[in-house]
Design a protein around this ligand. Structure first.
Ligand SMILES: [Fe+2]
Length: 266
């Protein structure tokens, strides 16, 4: 997979690009989904998984959520260590695209948060992501990139504001999730208007490439089946100013945004 000049220019101007997956990447993605099914077949009771296959995986998860939500949480954590995920995320095809877009020879791969499962029934519980940029959570490099790949074709990929990456990093409010927890979360201070967001679809054989500075949010469209997606994140190690800011750390590793990016926190 190699991007054309036209594709690179489109990414630069919009901060987002949809591309077709190569056969090799598609195969690796299928292997990851197969491993996911294998995981549930191994840890769930056989009576529930006898007929479990890739085509009914979403229906299975709807039922499992009611029965054993913990197993799904465990999958979130364990799946990021699947050998098949590592093989997909580090594949030469994907690394090449990163080299092209970040103009670097030193590409790094973020090793936390790879899978997202969005159950419509859990929308009220705060699992939905509001308008944000990925950078403050990852704190890799400002030219960093996220590849967004759905497990199944969807018309509800994240909504985004085209070109919003161009105005750089926004100001955030950083606060504890609850009084007893030291875990911090962030909220973008700049308010966004719904009409500025565009929606986009993504087929099984496609992926979306996002700039780490693109403002985006979970689509509000209602879908009965859970949305499953992979978020593969890459950064440019050669960005010296980021390297000097204790790179690579991030909110997920307990490093607050304020610690290294004070001027962006209010
Ligand atoms: Fe995001």
């Amino acid at each position: 997979m190699k991007l054309s000049k036209k594709q690179i220019n489109k990414y630069k101007s919009l901060g987002i690009l949809k591309v077709r997956l190569s056969k090799n990447i598609l195969l690796k993605k299928k292997k990851f989904i197969d491993d996911s099914i294998r995981f549930f077949k191994y840890f769930d009771k056989i009576t529930h998984t006898k007929k479990l296959k890739s085509h009914n995986f979403q229906d299975y998860l709807i039922k499992l959520r009611k029965r054993d939500r913990n197993l799904i949480s465990k999958y979130y954590k364990v799946s990021r260590r699947f050998a098949s995920l590592k093989s997909l995320i580090a594949s030469e095809d994907l690394v090449k695209i990163n080299k092209q877009l970040m103009k670097t020879n030193l590409v790094s791969i973020c090793h936390f948060i790879a899978v997202r499962i969005d159950f419509y029934e859990e929308r009220e519980k705060g699992y939905i992501t509001k308008a944000h940029q990925d950078f403050p959570y990852i704190q890799g490099s400002l030219n960093g990139i996220t590849f967004w790949m759905p497990y199944y074709s969807t018309s509800c990929a994240p909504d985004y504001i085209a070109g919003s990456h161009k105005s750089g990093l926004k100001i955030y409010k950083e606060f504890s999730i609850n009084k007893n927890s030291g875990i911090k979360t962030l909220e973008m201070i700049k308010s966004t208007r719904n009409e500025d967001f565009s929606s986009i679809s993504c087929k099984f054989n496609e992926m979306l490439i996002f700039s780490t500075l693109l403002i985006h949010k979970t689509s509000n469209k209602k879908e009965i089946k859970p949305r499953l997606s992979l978020q593969l994140r890459y950064d440019d190690i050669s960005q010296r100013d980021m390297f000097n800011k204790n790179y690579p750390e991030g909110l997920y590793l307990g490093d607050t945004f304020k610690k290294n990016f004070k001027q962006y926190v209010r």
